[in-house]
Ligand binder design. Structure first.
Ligand SMILES: Cc1ncc(C[n+]2csc(CCOP(=O)(O)OP(=O)(O)O)c2C)c(N)n1
Length: 323
């Protein structure tokens, strides 16, 4: 099967999706206990998109993310412990406790970062692709973005330029059906947002975003193309956000029937069923057990970590302590 992940890669995607799910569940619990600060944007149910798209990338490739980036972070190779420490503002976090959950970055791993500005990762990745092209590198830039971000003007500008200049950038549209509380059907005149790629003369493919293998294969063919200097591509991964927009969402706009229908297509379950005959249920259960305890231990450790020291830059020292 062209561009299919190896069994080992598929198992690793399964493991990472479990890590992300346990992370999201843990954050949900801690939010209810009043132990989180600010809104947290969970990605339960849509883990396959970020994990599988990032799995295609290699060293040197760059990824930009969104405000809902936990699966993108873990997919690009960050450990869960520094991610949790960062979410809780600890000095041991990926960014020293100063970024919070929406802005996590790790330049050494090619994760150029989450972004609280909707759509901003799209031109950022396009700019990185331009620099890769100018420098003659064989690297690829990728941005994962939402259906809300697809409606921004900057998305059009970046895609137009990327296609015109044949930049090595892959656009991964994580179509989770909502922008904030607004259903995709009232944000756009077309249901398949990837139709727009035709207007840029850019290839596009729609995939089942809950099937990690389908996402991996489609993304891999666009990444191959981009790496060969043949220009950008767009993948539209159809998925669904099980939880609200953020932990401060009051809910009520997602019907129980709709949520149940999507939960019946849990991406972790889909990977489990696909791998069961290859590696056996016992091995998969053991992977789940280990991933779960890794996340539990990371929460315990991170929550006991210190906050970063607060130092006032010299020019402002006179104001320190002022009301
Ligand atoms: C430029 C900008 N406009 C508006 C907002 C407020 N805002 C935050 S998230 C969001 C919706 C984003 O929807 P989507 O891109 O589909 O991502 P999802 O939350 O579904 O993952 C909006 C409008 C913002 N942060 N930045």
């Amino acid at each position: 099967m062209k561009n299919a992940p190896s069994i080992e890669e598929h198992v690793e995607m399964y493991r990472k999706m479990i890590v992300v799910r346990r992370l999201e569940e843990g954050l949900g619990r801690l939010h209810k206990e009043g132990k989180t600060r600010g809104p947290i944007h969970r990605c339960d149910g849509q883990e396959a998109v970020g994990v599988a798209a990032a799995a295609v990338l290699r060293e040197g490739d760059k990824l930009t993310s969104t405000h809902r980036g936990h699966a993108h972070y873990i997919g690009k190779g960050l450990d869960v412990y520094p991610v949790i420490a960062e979410i809780f503002g600890r000095a041991t976090g990926s960014c020293g406790g100063r970024a919070g959950h929406m802005l996590i970055a790790d330049a050494a791993k090619g994760l150029i970062g989450g972004n609280a500005i909707v759509g901003a990762g799209i031109p950022a990745a396009t700019g990185m692709a331009l620099s890769m092209q100018v420098l003659g590198k064989k690297d690829v830039a990728m941005c994962i973005f939402g259906d809300g971000a697809a409606q921004t003007g900057i998305c059009h500008e970046a895609m137009n330029m990327a296609a015109l200049w044949k930049l090595p950038v892959v656009f991964v549209l994580e179509h989770n059906q909502f922008g904030l509380t607004v259903p995709s059907s009232v944000q756009s005149s077309v249901a398949d947002l990837s139709l727009r790629a035709q207007g840029y003369d850019m290839p596009a493919e729609i995939v089942d975003g809950n099937d990690a293998v389908a996402v991996y294969r489609a993304v891999a063919s666009m990444v191959d193309r981009a790496r060969q200097g043949r220009g950008p591509g767009l993948i539209e991964a159809k998925t669904y956000r099980w939880e609200g927009f953020s932990t401060s969402d009051m809910g009520g706009y997602q019907t129980p029937e709709e949520i149940a229908a999507w939960k019946a297509r849990d991406p972790i379950r889909i990977a489990y069923e696909a791998l069961k005959n290859e590696v056996g249920a016992a091995a998969l259960d053991e992977i789940e057990r280990r991933a779960t305890s890794e996340v539990e231990e990371a929460f315990t450790r991170a929550l006991a970590d210190p906050f970063p020291a607060f130092t006032v830059p010299a020019p402002y020292a006179a104001y320190a302590g002022a009301q």
